[in-house]
Design a protein around this ligand. Structure first.
Ligand code: ADP
Ligand code: MG
Length: 729
């Protein structure tokens, strides 16, 4: 593929790029609106609508929590209310918005136009609101259905609010939906998440009741997803065919200064980036997405956005929108946002920290310690249950975050390792140690610590915030699943986590019931749960440095899984036995698991094969031609000097180096091409071969390209370099 933009031109454009001004919402009195005045203006909130009577609002709430379905009359009222609202706000079309297995979002748009007695009117019928029929055959389905039955339908998810999508030339009403086949199989990311939320809600409510909180009726799963991303100038993007085709640079010489000085993290945000962030926040707030934090990340050119947490289902939809909006607003500011987990070799990649907890309708955060944690048996039992869930289902959790992109992060000494373990921090760890040994907990050392409410909270927060190396860390009042990839949908990882916790919590409820029936006190019964799971999950609890080689060894001794590549991790998903907890919890059927396994495996293979082919093209069309240009130059000088009888040691040395590196590259490239041609056809084997042999070979080729980049003069090298792409003015 030809380079679309030359490097010189790209550099010129990027350097002269101006800051873009945005329209800020203004009041009638000419003052800027406060965020609270425009927050959620693009969202249709049934509960706030004047056109929906209270009885229907109540029915919607009940129905979204798994209660009775809405009556056709109620649906008609809502359809009319949302249509009038959307049209009044400029919408001409509506769509069913869903998350197919590709990880992004999909939508099929219809106009509100209808003809009544030949006259044009606007209308959204109740059936159009609740059900749509996109052709399922064009979405990945893991070969589960033959074409004639490739009919699937989208079905309104009334627990996630409808919103308006504004584009320069029009507005569309988006209706969040689940996407299922006619046989009822989930064809999307969301359906398993919704099921897992329902199951965990049931069992967590039962658990809280048994723990003495009789007043609890409902438990929601809460999520806050911190999103990392890179921004580069658009002109550089189009001058790097690898970025355009694969989302990442396939090689690049590390800049002399990247992140060694740690001066980017929390540093001053460059003005052009700041104006992008301001518009992004404004648009997210209008969409009712509570964006809260924005800052520079560790690597140059890398940034983070974190919203205030919400119910998991809405948080997952919001995260999809956040990713889409980051890309869209970046484009308006002449940037390209890279959500890939590893856009630049040798520089920190991007992740998505999924903060996760459970909250009751009575206001209990189940992961928030009470006054005295060693006596706070409900809190400790909950933590122990989660440890056991993660320990028991580490393989499926690893599989749930597996992707080609994430393979670059996990285990690359910058992100959590691919070994799934739980970090608890010193305090809870000490408590668990003493409980296992049958002792009572004494706060370590300093006898002046009395574990009063605030003090304990701070103590936990302080010593749980420090460890950045754990894939699954307790951070004071929530767990943080840090190993999720930056480009991934959080739906599946959260569904697997919910399913795992559901299983252990259900067993715990049964144990509690038995103990209580035998006359034990609630505290004693809860203590038994804590002791049981703190003991069985001990090998999975790790509070040390997850980046160290010692941990890899130690984990192996403990018998923990270390599934380094997607090919290894996905094998778990094909193993019915290991995944049966999801089926038993009613989260996913065996058929759906099969489908997902096939889709993810195929995706892994395809992505890597695209990368390989793009790399070969880059080498042939950019790297080698640049090196030849330099050879020509050197050759002329050498010939000229020789002609007048001068030595040319320096030039000859340079020529030799260049030639040697090129020969290595050419030889390895040949081997690489042959290995690609001889790949096996069986998909699992093919994936494993790619992961274990071809991918490392492609990395070696990339390293040789970076060596050539270091040898060839800057003005001859045609591809934009890391230092210029990553440093914003
Ligand atoms: P940090 O990661 O720096 O400690 P915060 O504690 O502020 O930052 O939270 C990070 C993310 O965790 C935010 O998105 C926040 O809303 C979310 N979060 C906080 N409490 C909870 C909770 N109980 N459940 C789920 N997410 C939460
Ligand atoms: Mg965090």
């Amino acid at each position: 593929m030809a380079t679309v933009e030359t490097r010189d031109n790209a550099r010129h454009i990027a350097i002269h790029r101006e800051v873009q001004f945005i329209d800020r919402p203004i009041n009638d009195d000419g003052n800027y609106k406060k965020i609270s005045e425009y927050y959620g203006e693009l969202v249709f909130d049934i509960q706030e609508s004047d056109s929906v009577p209270p009885a229907i609002k109540k029915a919607v709430l009940e129905s979204s929590r798994g209660g009775k379905s809405l009556t056709p009359e109620s649906i008609e009222v809502i359809a009319n209310a949302v249509t009038n609202w959307a049209i009044a706000n400029g919408a001409t079309h509506f769509c069913h918005w869903f998350q197919p297995l590709t990880g992004g979002t999909a939508e099929k748009q219809d106009s509100f136009l209808d003809l009544k007695n030949g006259k044009p009117i606007e209308r959204l019928s109740p059936s159009q609101l609740i059900q749509g029929e996109p052709d399922a055959s064009s979405f990945p389905n893991g070969g589960s259905r033959s074409t004639f039955e490739a009919r699937g339908y989208t079905s309104w998810d009334l627990s996630s609010p409808m919103f308006l999508e504004e584009t320069p030339n029009g507005t569309t009403l988006c209706i969040p939906t689940a996407f299922v086949s006619y046989t009822g199989d989930a064809l999307d990311m969301k359906t398993p998440l919704l099921r897992s939320i329902t199951r965990l809600n049931e069992v967590a409510t039962r658990f809280l009741k048994l723990a003495g909180h009789n007043e609890v009726n409902d438990v929601t799963i809460t999520c806050g997803c911190e999103q990392e991303y890179f921004l580069i100038d658009k002109s550089y993007y189009y001058a790097r065919p690898d970025l355009v085709q694969t989302g990442r640079t396939l090689f690049g010489k590390a800049a002399s200064k990247h992140q060694q000085l740690d001066d980017h993290y929390f540093g001053i945000i460059p003005t052009r980036v700041m104006s992008f962030m301001q518009e992004l926040d404004q648009e997210l707030h209008r969409l009712g997405i509570p964006s809260k934090t924005r800052h520079n990340e560790v690597a140059p050119g890398q940034f983070e956005l974190a919203p205030i947490f919400k119910e998991a289902n809405v948080a997952s939809d919001n995260n999809q929108l956040i990713m889409a909006m980051i890309k869209e607003i970046a484009a308006k500011h002449e940037f390209v946002a890279l959500l890939h987990e590893k856009p630049f070799a040798g520089i920190n990649g991007s992740g998505k920290h999924v903060n996760w907890s459970m909250a009751s309708d009575t206001g209990i955060n189940m992961l928030e310690p009470g006054n005295e944690p060693h006596q706070n048996n409900r809190f400790l039992a909950t933590i122990a249950i989660i440890c056991e869930a993660v320990s028991r289902h580490a393989g499926p959790l690893r599989a749930a975050i597996a992707s080609a992109g994430n393979d670059h992060r996990l285990g690359a000494n910058e992100a959590p390792p691919s070994i799934i373990s739980v970090f608890l921090g010193d305090t809870i760890n000490a408590i668990f140690d003493s409980i296992r040994d049958g002792k009572t907990f004494k706060p370590s050392g300093d006898s002046t610590i009395d574990l009063g409410a605030n003090q304990l909270f701070n103590l936990l927060k302080d010593n749980t915030d420090r460890n950045r190396t754990s894939p699954f860390a307790f951070t004071g009042n929530k767990f943080e699943f840090r190993a999720v990839g930056s480009a991934a949908s959080v739906s599946f990882p959260v569904a697997v986590l919910n399913g795992a916790v559901t299983e252990v919590m259900k067993e715990s409820c049964e144990l509690l019931e038995k103990d209580l029936a035998a006359g034990k006190s609630i505290d004693d019964a809860l203590f038994n749960i804590t002791k049981k799971w703190a003991t069985t999950s001990e090998s999975c609890i790790f509070n040390g440095d997850g980046y160290s080689d010692d941990w890899v060894e130690e984990a192996a001794k403990r018998g923990l899984l270390n599934l380094k590549t997607t090919a290894d991790a996905l094998k778990v998903m094909a193993d019915k036995k290991q995944m049966s907890f999801l089926t038993e919890a009613g989260v996913m059927s065996p058929n759906e698991l099969d489908m997902r396994y096939n889709v993810l495996l195929e995706r892994y293979i395809t992505l890597r094969e695209i990368e390989f082919s793009a790399l070969i093209d880059l080498i042939n069309q950019n790297v080698i031609p640049s090196a030849i240009d330099y050879k020509l130059k050197l050759g002329t000088v050498i010939a000229n000097q020789k002609a007048i009888g001068l030595e040319c040691t320096v030039e000859v040395k340079l020529y030799e180096n260049l030639n040697f590196t090129m020969e290595c590259l050419a030889t390895q490239l040949n081997v690489f091409k042959m290995s690609i041609e001889s790949l096996t056809h069986d998909e699992q084997d093919r994936a494993e071969e790619i992961a274990s042999t071809l991918f490392p070979k492609s990395e070696e080729l990339g390293a040789l390209c970076a060596d050539l980049e270091a040898l060839v003069p800057d003005n001859i090298w045609t591809l934009p370099k890391y230092y210029e792409m990553l440093h914003h003015k």
